[in-house]
Every structure is written in C-alpha cells, then in structure tokens.
Design a protein around this ligand. Structure first.
Ligand code: AMP
Ligand code: MG
Length: 409
C-alpha cells in the first residue's frame, strides 16, 4: 500500500502539461499561457479625450475668469470614432466626446460641465491646466513590452489587455478533457425510479461537477454495467474521447470489480493501487499508452475526496498551472473524532474551517461514513488525521487542506 504523499508524487511525476494551442479569447479565461506575451502595439493608439467637453488651447484660457470669460468659436462636433478635419486655431475650440482623438493643435480638454454654450461659441470662465483630461498615446501599454509572463492564468483583465493590442488568440494550454466513467449494476439515472436494491448515480454529478470546477472538460461516459465486456468497451471509448480517464466504482476486491482486470488486459501500467487512506483506500493509478487513468472507489465521499486530493493537482499540472496544491495549514481541532480501530491509514475527515484571529479552527461537518455526502456538502476543508493517531480531541493540532481556497504551493 502506498502512502498519500507517495501516491500524489507518483501521479504528479507521471503527468505532463498538454501542448499549447492558439485559443480565442472567449474560450481562454482561466487558461495558462505557455509563453510570455509581448505587446505588438501601443495603447491607447492615439492621444484622445478623457471627458466629454471642448478641446482647446490652454493658452487661450490663461486669463479666463467670471468677470472676463473666454469666448471660443466652436468649429465642429467630434464624436468618438471620428477624426477632426479642423485644427484648433487660436480662439477656437472643438466639441469633443470621450475617446475621440484630440484634434491637432489642441492640448487640453475642458469638461462640458465647466462651460456654457452660446450659439456657435462656448463660454469658459477659468483657465485649464495644459494636458488636462487628455489621455496620451501609449500611456497604458508600449509596443515591445512584456504584457504577461509565461505561466500566467488568464484573468478578465488579462483578456482585455490582449484584446486591446489586437491579440485575438492566446497561446494557452487547453482544458483537460476528463472522461468520467461510473460503474455499477445498482445504479440508475437521477431521473429514474430505482428498483429494488437500486440507488441513483450521484457520483457522475459530483465528479463531473468537480472536473468542471477544476477548469477541465468533463465527458460523462454512459454508465457501465458490472461485466468485463461492458467495462472493456467503456474504457476504450473513454480513452478515445479524453486526455484523462477517471473510472468510478468497481476498483475494489468485489466479485464484480472489473476495472483493474480490464486495464491489465489492455497492458496499462499500474503505477499504484491502494493508498493508506480513508476514504478512498482502493484508489489506483495507471498509465495506459500515455493516458493517465484514475481508478476511484464508488463511495460518494471517497469519489469526491480522491478527485480533490489527486485528480485536481494532476489536471492543474496538465493545464500548465504552477501552483498545484491547496493551502495546507495547521489548525486547532474542535469536537471529537475517533477511528473505530487502529488501521495505519490517514483519515481525511470532512470539517468546517474558520479563522479565529490568526489561527484556524476546524470541527467535523457531520458523520464521517464514506457514503455520507451531506457532511461533504457542509465542509470547506479536509483534516488529515495521521496514520498513527487513534483519535483527535478538542485542542489537538491537525493538518488541514482548505479545499475552497486557491492553490498556494
Ligand atoms: P464500489 O466501489 O463499486 O464497490 O461501490 C462502493 C459503494 O459506492 C457502493 O455502495 C455503491 O453502491 C456506491 N456507489 C458506487 N458508484 C456510485 C455512484 N456512481 N453513485 C452513487 N453511489 C455509488
Ligand atoms: Mg460497484
């Protein structure tokens, strides 16, 4: 049996980032740049007005005051998107809208609120500082400067920067396509009424939901009956359609657990099977002609915990992220937890974490059976009860993974 930390290391050592491809900006949010981006252009591309008002020469207003206002001839109206055909000669102004290019020989913009229109002229009763309300060409971004470093996960602002310099596609690593393959003769769809001994397939929802939340593309494979033939066909289909295959259920030592055997038939290399942990002890990991395959046990919480602790970091590495792991903090335990027997396994228990001053306090979010999803729903962290510990008591320190916080390592 493998330890949790060895299992994670073996997985991360086995997966590599997907090749980058030019991706339209609308599809690129959250994806990671495979190379740095140099600006091919300057932003703003031309000097323009920051306000609706009048483009003027500051010199014309140097002695303007209420008692002796400046009266300037208004030569034209300049909406955004148009270019002036007049120069602003001494004693004149052009009515200008925000974003319109500053006309030649104007150097400042007086906001419309500070003016009074008088027929074909405008009255202004105060001087303007030269350059006021003008945005200079290139004041934001310069041609040739590094806009974004390699490894940057694109944010909405980054998408805007790329668009503003005319880069309509970004060189990012794609979302990993993850086939999710649930197995079990006892399972029916959420919309169906279960027959005797049957239950609904909830894992296909939690696991596809997690894959999507991780930034990957979940591909649900039609649920697989517990026969060797069905498992064989489904695994073939999953590998053809995805970059990563995640199977669920049928990975233990039951008489109808075929996943392991079929992966063996295919010649997939077993990297490990069984981890000293609870839930999720029967977790296995294979490389099948280069495709990573996770075999995750079927209990509802085991499925989610294995997705969170093992699949998520692997997908992040494949998508090019530098930080793969959630924050791990030492927290103070509140409440009571006891293993039913010493088992040499790390127990990942569902807890609710909260900050109290500079410490984190955690308490169990409900009963800890590996099929009890309601306590998963209420948890925001997993506490790692050490393999050699039998119990946690109030006030004990425990390592915790904050599973709703962004990766920091
Ligand atoms: P298995 O790992 O196939 O032995 O399944 C372990 C337990 O998880 C059994 O009680 C299954 O009924 C349950 N289970 C397996 N797959 C699912 C699923 N997709 N949705 C809900 N429960 C499941
Ligand atoms: Mg099963």
């Amino acid at each position: 049996m493998t330890t949790c930390s060895d299992a994670l290391r073996l997985i991360l050592d086995s997966v590599v980032p997907l090749p980058a491809r030019p991706t339209p900006l609308f599809d690129a949010l959250g994806l990671v740049l495979a190379e740095r981006v140099i600006s091919p252009e300057t932003v703003p591309p031309f000097t323009n007005s920051a306000m609706d008002g009048y483009a003027v020469r500051a010199d014309d207003l140097s002695s303007a005051m209420a008692a002796s206002p400046a009266l300037l001839d208004v030569l034209a109206d300049l909406p955004a998107g148009s270019v002036a055909t007049h120069e602003v000669a001494p004693g004149t102004a052009i009515r200008i809208m925000t974003g319109a290019p500053l006309p030649a020989d104007a150097d400042s913009v007086v906001p419309v609120e500070a003016t009074t229109s008088e027929g074909s002229r405008v009255r202004i009763t105060a001087p303007v500082k030269r350059g006021a309300n003008v945005r200079l060409a290139g004041e934001d971004l310069r041609e040739g400067e590094e806009l974004l470093p390699s490894g940057f996960a694109l944010t909405p602002a980054a998408l805007g920067i790329l668009a503003s310099v005319g880069l309509a596609q970004a060189p990012v690593r794609p979302r990993v396509r993850v086939a999710i393959l649930t197995t079990g003769d006892e399972l029916v769809d959420a919309s169906a009424r279960p027959g005797p001994g049957q239950i609904r397939d909830s894992n296909v929802q939690t696991m596809c939901g997690q894959a999507a939340a991780f930034g990957a593309v979940p591909i649900p494979i039609p649920r697989v009956p517990d026969t060797r033939e069905a498992v064989t066909a489904a695994l073939n289909r999953a590998r053809a359609e995805a970059d990563v295959v995640v199977t669920n259920g049928g990975i233990s030592v039951g008489d109808y657990d075929f996943i392991k055997a079929v992966l063996g038939d295919f010649g997939a290399r077993e990297v490990f099977w069984k981890v000293k942990q609870k839930p999720g002890g029967p977790l296995g990991f294979w490389l099948w002609d280069g495709t990573p395959v996770f075999g995750i046990p079927g209990n509802t919480v085991a499925a989610m915990v294995c997705m969170e602790e093992y699949v998520r970091p692997a997908l992040r590495k494949m998508m090019g992220h530098g930080r793969l792991l959630r924050p791990e903090v030492t927290a103070v335990f509140e409440g009571e937890f006891r293993k039913s027997a010493p088992d040499g396994k790390v127990h990942l228990i569902r807890v609710r974490a909260r900050r109290e001053g500079d410490r984190v306090v955690v308490s169990p979010s409900g009963p800890q059976g590996s099929g009890i999803l309601s306590s998963m729903l209420r948890s925001n962290a997993l506490a790692l009860v050490p393999a050699d510990a039998l119990a946690l008591r109030a006030g004990d320190e425990v390592l915790v993974h904050l599973i709703e916080e962004p990766e920091d390592r």
